[in-house]
Design a protein. Structure first.
Length: 632
């Protein structure tokens, strides 16, 4: 249980013995991926909805099945019962954090022994790790081995972080040594702390804390953390505030869709770490309210997303044209679970003598997530979804319904599905880029609290969000890009817990068949024979495409090790278009549509599409980026 869990879950006690540390699945005795019997997701879920299923029509499953459920207009009888939805403001964390005590006898944190609830932490060594670059600092086994400073170590104890996760073990020493870092690790494996700890520790060590802004009210943060969505920025801000508790380090968040005036006032009180979405940051810089002149640390979370063509121009402006110290004069840290080769090339412009680190395979999904793919035609999707939700509630402990995240392709589709679910007696809410910020926050809060245990979302919720107790991710509409799939399903199966991901697949998703099969095989998932068949067919016709990362199972991921790079074919300052032109297999996996192919997506339709994958494939380079269409 994380600290966040303990706040969200009224039944959970924030004591050390209940904390489930991150353990890779192959090290856990009798790993049970049967999520629906798993009390991690249900027993302690904050959702307490009870549904009376009387009168529900039965259904069968399988390819080509007709719908057995006739749900329209039917309610599930008994009124849904919710426990009191928590009134607490999830963003008001510092107050709650104060109430938690530091556990002084936490040997595992300070001593780094092999404790931690009897788990064998030495076995973490088994996780495949690739590092490349010169003079790579060695990994550590405990937080205490790194000089993070007492105040930060105390906060780590407060968070009940007993042991560093694999990405933290490897990346924190690298960052503490002042090296630039491009890091890749699976979803839910603790990347946020991996970049926050070195930043906080560095600010404390160098005493570079910013003064309250000067007479002309310009803020000079020493660290900048950029993320693609408002919700993710808020989440990182909350985490960074917890980690900075009682250290004097000031963390401020700036994101679009909310009044700028309050955010500017927060900046005036002083800021050491600014967490921001690119659009709002540019606005503040242009208003001369923020200067990047003093930046020592730059972190890009979801770095591949930040450097794809939706955000890349804005990021380039921020990093190269707005007083930001150059590479070498600042430390740059890029993190993501996916890192396509061509984005690595692009990112290398921003870095100096960097170390590449991959914990697990780049772009792989964790085998904590049990993946299922069902063949479902569009017209049957709603019935299938209803069946899944019914089954889920049947199997939930104490009749509770687990939190389920349903991904759809378009904003309009999200609203329609939310309405349909609600009309059919299933409390649902939706989040997408056309909702105003207050609606987005309300939807997320309602979902987190279990008040509406189904959240219908576009890709705006696909990356980074760490929502406790999400037991099931359903890809109602599959994304066009396998990386988006990896991030979406990564909303479950986090921090050592298991999760379930179900995808509805049809002929429309042919191009995803091959990478999906490869991803599932890699994560030791059972691949349905019909899907394997599709994968073969699609690659025979050249439409499938292989993985975007190349190389052997656990290698070939740092693009600098690729043949093109080493043979000198690669020009270090090449443009994005050049990079794409030499990128291996990217074109093949990107839905058979190259970046310089003219627009194929109906523009009107693109207006309602809220996914990077869909949008980006509909836009050529010289056209308007997609930021305005749902991302922040
Ligand atoms: N050392 C640790 N021990 C226990 N839990 C941890 C540790 N580090 C992080 N966590 C918890 O793991 C969860 C996932 O962490 P985080 O959100 O940073 O993952 P992530 O790798 O950034 O995921 P994503 O790729 O989806 O953005 C969080 O709830 C966090 O509190």
């Amino acid at each position: 249980m994380s600290w966040a869990d303990s706040v969200a879950d009224p039944y959970a006690r924030p004591i050390r013995s209940s904390w489930r540390t991150y353990v890779p699945p192959h090290l856990r005795p009798n790993t049970d991926n049967a999520v629906f019997g798993n009390s991690n997701h249900f027993g302690s879920s904050s959702s307490a909805n009870r549904f009376d299923r009387s009168g529900r029509a039965g259904s069968s499953r399988g390819r080509g099945r007709g719908g057995g459920f006739r749900g329209r207009g039917r309610s599930w009888g008994r009124q849904t019962q919710f426990h009191d939805a928590p009134n607490s403001d999830p963003f008001d964390i510092v107050e709650k954090f104060d109430e938690l005590e530091v556990i002084e006898d936490c040997d595992d944190v300070v001593g780094g022994g092999g404790g931690g609830g009897g788990l064998n932490f030495d076995a973490y060594e088994d996780i495949p790790v690739e590092t490349s670059g010169s003079d790579v600092p060695p990994p550590v086994n405990s937080f205490a081995e790194i000089d993070l400073g007492k105040a930060l170590i105390d906060n780590i104890k407060r968070c009940k972080y007993v042991k560093p996760t694999p990405i933290q073990r490897h990346s924190i020493p690298i960052s503490i040594a002042g090296r630039d870092l491009m890091a890749c690790a699976q979803t839910g494996s603790g990347k946020t702390a991996a970049f926050c700890f070195p930043i906080i520790s560095g600010i404390l060590r160098n005493q570079t804390m910013s003064p309250v802004s000067n007479r002309i009210n310009i803020a000079y943060p020493s660290a900048l953390i950029l993320s693609p969505t408002r919700e993710l920025s808020c989440q990182i801000h909350d985490e960074a505030k917890k980690f900075s508790h009682q250290t004097g380090v000031k963390v401020v968040v700036a994101y679009g869709g909310a009044p700028i005036s309050q955010q500017l006032r927060n900046l005036e009180r002083g800021v050491d770490i600014l967490v921001a979405t690119p659009g709002r940051l540019v606005d503040m810089i242009e208003r001369a309210r923020v200067s990047l002149r003093m930046i020592k640390y730059l972190a890009l979370d979801e770095a591949d997303r930040m450097l794809d063509m939706g955000f890349e121009p804005q990021i380039r402006r921020i990093v190269e044209q707005m007083e930001m110290p150059p590479p070498g004069a600042r430390q740059t840290m890029l993190f993501s679970a996916t890192f396509p080769t061509e984005i690595q090339r692009l990112a290398s412009d921003f870095m100096s003598n960097y170390i590449f680190l991959a914990v697990g395979r780049v772009g792989s999904s964790t085998d904590l997530i049990f993946q299922k793919v069902e063949f479902v035609q569009d017209m049957d999707k709603r019935n299938y979804l209803m069946d899944l939700l019914h089954t889920q509630c049947d199997n939930g402990a104490h009749g509770k319904c687990a939190l389920t995240l349903v991904f759809v392709e378009t904003k309009r589709g999200a609203d329609a599905l939310e309405r349909w679910l609600s009309m059919n007696g299933f409390p649902a809410t939706a989040i997408h880029g056309d909702k105003v910020q207050m609606e987005r926050e309300r939807a997320l809060k309602s979902f987190k609290s279990g008040f509406t245990p189904v959240l219908v979302a576009t890709d705006v919720a696909a990356r980074g969000l760490d929502i406790p107790h999400v037991a099931h991710v359903i890809n109602f509409d599959l994304p066009k890009d396998i990386d988006d799939y990896v991030h979406r399903i990564g909303r479950t199966g986090r921090a050592g817990k298991s999760g379930l991901a179900t995808a509805f697949f049809s002929e429309k998703n042919m191009t995803l068949a091959k990478p999906l099969v490869e991803l599932m095989q890699e994560a030791k998932q059972e691949v349905p024979p019909w899907l394997a068949q599709y994968a073969e067919t699609s690659s025979a016709y050249g439409s499938g495409g292989g993985r975007r990362y190349g190389g052997s199972k656990f290698g070939g991921r740092d693009f600098r090790n690729s043949t093109q790079f080493n043979s000198g074919d690669y020009n270090y300052s090449s443009s994005y278009a050049d990079a794409v032109a030499v990128a291996d297999s990217y074109v093949a996996t990107s839905n058979a549509c190259t970046y310089n192919t003219p627009v194929t997506t109906d523009y009107a339709a693109a207006g309602v599409v809220d996914s990077f994958a869909a949008d980006s494939r509909g836009f050529a380079f010289d056209q308007e980026p997609i930021v305005a269409s749902g991302w922040d």
